[in-house]
Ligand binder design. Structure first.
Ligand code: ADP
Ligand code: ZN
Length: 519
């Protein structure tokens, strides 16, 4: 049977070799076994189910949450002479009826289907009445409630085990920390699945993380090197997306906005232009990108911090699918930390969930402040313990200088203590630097012993110190107190002078911001 698979690879798809674990996955499916396939975005997951689906008798069912992309995927298969169709809420009654008839008449090789549609009784009955070659569950991480793309409908997919006994099921995803792995297998009720884990390394992507200053001008100078190139700029909010897209357009970039608040037609049109035209910069919220297969995306820029390392990896993974050098560029600052913390706090999730979310943010923050190879840290996070330093990230290329920040940190901690642990970083820094603001006077903080003791350190540097102390667990941001910065238990040792502290020296990143403030 594997000969038949190779034959299809060559003659139907026109490729010479299987990539990575494709062949082993296909063998597993051909043997009728379940599998969990973890492959980074662009790794070639589709062939893993399309080919065995064609080799085995019957119709392959592909469950996907990406309704917007089904039409393209089906069209691409039809071009190759494969009898493919899809069922989702975008079809008219007549169209859906035609597809259901095609299923009944055994006229399909591959059916793409949205989970909510699949789980309708009438649909399930129809599908159960015809031979099914295999079931692929794409974007399988959507079943994970802890993940960043949870879809309630995915939870119902465990019925497939009993609805289609003996039919192999493949769960595929690009998100694969240990926890989601276990959860996917458990919730989908896979039967003794073989697990395939591909390396998550994307060697052609260079990782760059900078301290956020004037984010817009930082973006603009980054883009200097990418004129006429396609890329994605991720922002946190819809209004920021609109603002940045308009602003870039005024500066001669072919920039388009994309977010869930735009009318459907405009969104589709922008996506279509991004895929077909050259040199489009898509300014987007995370609503954009899942399943986007554009090979020559040269950069992915983050103007705001994502929620987790998984989200970051998935978003940046859209760069450089063609294997050519590409960049994942991000600026982040203290305000991101406070904002995300507040978002978590304000959500109506339960305490356990909030704790998890905070843990994820902390991992990402620690990664941002890395003083050793970012790629190695990223790969270790995904369970690749033996990764080596890469030579292709900002830390490897430009090792950050460190400085002995023990004394500065002591000043900061005592100042936070003296001001009552009730203020955000802005005020804390104003007091340290001896600025007579209205707020400083209102609270009488100009008469504190810590007033002005940190004037020798710039605002910028203080923010960096605060950030790193949060990441290292000496400080915490109390969302219930409007983002007040407070000392942790660990801070004591530092205050007593029992430990010394070396921090990353943030350098060039934020020069524009400083220049602006001191004319
Ligand atoms: P994923 O779903 O894992 O993100 P895809 O299945 O969309 O990735 O594949 C990414 C790209 O790699 C596609 O353009 C696909 O045609 C190409 N590809 C996949 N497998 C092979 C292969 N064995 N040889 C050459 N190209 C491949
Ligand atoms: Zn590196």
């Amino acid at each position: 049977m594997i000969d038949r698979a190779e034959d299809i690879l060559k003659h139907t798809f026109g490729y010479t070799h299987f990539r990575g674990s494709q062949k082993s996955v296909i063998e597993t499916a051909l043997a009728g076994q379940d599998a969990l396939v973890l492959m980074p975005t662009g790794g070639g997951k589709s062939l893993c189910y399309q080919i065995p689906g064609l080799v085995r008798d019957g119709m392959a069912i592909v469950v996907s949450p990406l309704i917007a992309l089904m039409q393209d995927q089906v069209a691409a298969l039809q071009q190759l002479g494969i009898r493919a169709a899809y069922l989702n809420s975008t079809l008219s009654r007549e169209e859906a009826g035609a597809t259901l008839r095609a299923i009944h008449d055994h006229e399909l090789d591959v059916l793409y289907i949205a989970p909510e549609r699949l789980l309708q009784d009438a649909t399930l009955d129809r599908l159960c009445s015809v031979p099914v070659s295999l079931i692929a569950i794409d974007e399988a991480h959507c079943v994970s409630q802890w993940g960043h793309d949870f879809r309630a409908d995915y939870l119902g997919l465990n019925v497939l085990r009993y609805a289609f006994p003996g039919v192999p099921r493949l769960a595929l995803t690009a998100t694969a920390d240990e926890r989601s792995r276990e959860e996917i297998m458990m919730r989908l009720d896979l039967c003794e699945p073989k697990v395939f884990v591909s390396s998550f390394d994307r060697p052609n992507i260079r990782y760059i993380v900078k301290e956020k200053g004037e984010a817009k001008s930082q973006l603009l100078s980054f883009l200097q090197d990418y004129k006429q190139q396609a890329g994605i700029v991720y922002c946190m909010s819809r209004s920021r997306v609109d603002g940045i897209a308009a602003w870039l357009s005024q500066r001669g970039y072919k920039a388009l906005p994309y977010h869930a608040g735009l009318p459907g037609e405009e969104r589709q049109e922008n996506q279509r232009r991004f895929l077909r035209e050259e040199g489009i910069v898509m300014v987007a919220t995370i609503a954009f990108g899942m399943g986007i297969d554009k090979p020559d995306v040269r950069f992915v820029a983050h103007l705001d911090l994502p929620k987790s390392i998984e989200a970051y990896y998935q978003e940046t993974g859209r760069a450089g699918r063609d294997g050519q050098p590409s960049v994942a560029w991000m600026v982040y600052g203290l305000q991101d930390v406070v904002r995300i913390g507040k978002m978590v706090q304000d959500s109506n999730a339960d305490e356990q969930f909030k704790r998890m979310e905070r843990g994820k943010i902390d991992s990402l923050l620690a990664w941002c402040e890395a003083t050793t190879c970012r790629r190695r840290a990223l790969l270790r996070y995904f369970g690749e313990a033996d990764a080596e330093v890469c030579g292709n990230c900002d830390v490897c290329l430009n090792p950050p200088k460190t400085w002995n920040a023990t004394e500065a940190a002591q000043k900061l901690l005592s100042n936070i203590y003296r001001t009552g642990q009730r203020f955000g970083s802005g005020h804390v820094i104003d007091v340290l630097r001896g600025k007579e603001t209205a707020k400083v006077k209102q609270f009488g903080h100009h008469s504190l012993s810590t007033y002005g003791i940190g004037a020798d350190v710039s605002d910028q540097q203080w923010r960096s110190v605060i950030r790193q102390l949060i990441v290292q667990g000496y400080l915490l941001v109390n969302e219930q107190l409007y983002g007040a910065i407070q000392l942790t238990e660990k801070a004591r040792a530092l205050l007593r002078g029992d430990v010394s502290l070396f921090l990353r020296q943030d350098s060039a990143a934020a020069k524009p911001a400083r220049a602006k403030r001191t004319p």
